[in-house]
Design a protein around this ligand. Structure first.
Ligand code: MF3
Ligand code: CO
Ligand code: CO
Length: 255
């Protein structure tokens, strides 16, 4: 296992990549409405990444992934492939973007509700966000990844949602997915010791029903086995001696 510790120069590049991811998610929100296809959202993000951000889309061709972003609708947990199906009022969608800028990755995702959305959908999205925040707030040099996972799992389960176990957060930098694995469940005081200069993602997936998932025949799309709703949020986070810096923070967001 090789965890990279970023120096000051590398941290500046991670900040630029993180800002790029944040601005993509800030930009795409106004395009999400009934009737728009996830392919259209993919094309808008691909063009904005190249032309406005001066970056490339890391998901495109990553282990054969065919699009520039992941779009995960309703019971899709993660890695949904953009297609020509229009969104409809009441859908909940996760948009996951990973621009690669000047050699460094910024990875972030957020939930959007098309139209008003059901009470359950809004509650799930809010609890998923808050569970990510609880995890982020545990980050500091000297803490362990088990502290992060435990905070996320405890919050989600207190609200009667299940944490998906098969997919996790990760180290990030020059590599899209670096060590360590960042589990969204666990026990305090266990796991990898966090050190200043590590950059990791925290990206819990919460299901309304059981935690179990399956991968569809396309080899990518992960869905809940019971077809219950699922939600996910993701930030890229720098570990510091004082605590954390969220590199993908959006305008108006504070953690
Ligand atoms: N962005 C996802 C993550 O948070 C990974 C997507 S891999 C892809 O780690 F190939 F599906 F794009
Ligand atoms: Co990620
Ligand atoms: Co991501």
């Amino acid at each position: 296992m090789t965890i990279t510790i970023k120096n000051a120069e590398e941290i500046e590049k991670m900040r630029a990549a993180g800002r790029a991811a944040a601005s993509l998610l800030e930009m795409i929100g106004s395009h999400i409405k009934p009737g728009v296809t996830t392919n259209a959202l993919d094309e808008i993000c691909a063009q904005y990444t190249l032309e406005t951000l001066g970056a490339t889309s890391a998901p495109l061709n990553y282990h054969g992934f065919p699009k520039s972003i992941c779009t995960s609708v309703n019971h899709v947990v993660c890695h949904g492939i953009p297609d020509d199906k229009p969104l409809k009022s009441g859908d909940v969608i996760n948009i996951d973007v990973t621009p690669l800028k000047a050699g460094y990755h910024g990875d972030s995702s957020c939930m959007f509700i098309v139209g008003e959305g059901s009470i359950q959908a809004r509650r799930l999205s809010r609890v998923a966000y808050e569970s990510m925040v609880r995890g982020i707030r545990m980050v500091r040099a000297g803490a362990r990844l088990g502290d992060v996972g435990h905070a996320i799992q405890t919050y989600a389960e207190q609200h009667d949602y299940a944490i998906v176990r098969e997919y996790c957060g990760h180290g990030i930098g020059v590599g899209f997915h670096e060590d360590p694995q960042v589990l969204h469940y666990g026990s305090p005081g266990t796991g990898t010791l966090l050190q200043s200069g590590m950059t990791i993602t925290i990206e819990p997936m919460l299901n309304v029903g059981s935690r179990h998932v399956k991968v569809l025949g396309d080899g990518w799309t992960v869905v809940t086995k019971d077809r219950s709703l699922s939600a996910q949020w993701e930030h890229t986070v720098l570990v510091t001696d004082e605590g954390f810096e969220v590199l993908t923070l959006r305008n108006g967001e504070s953690i």
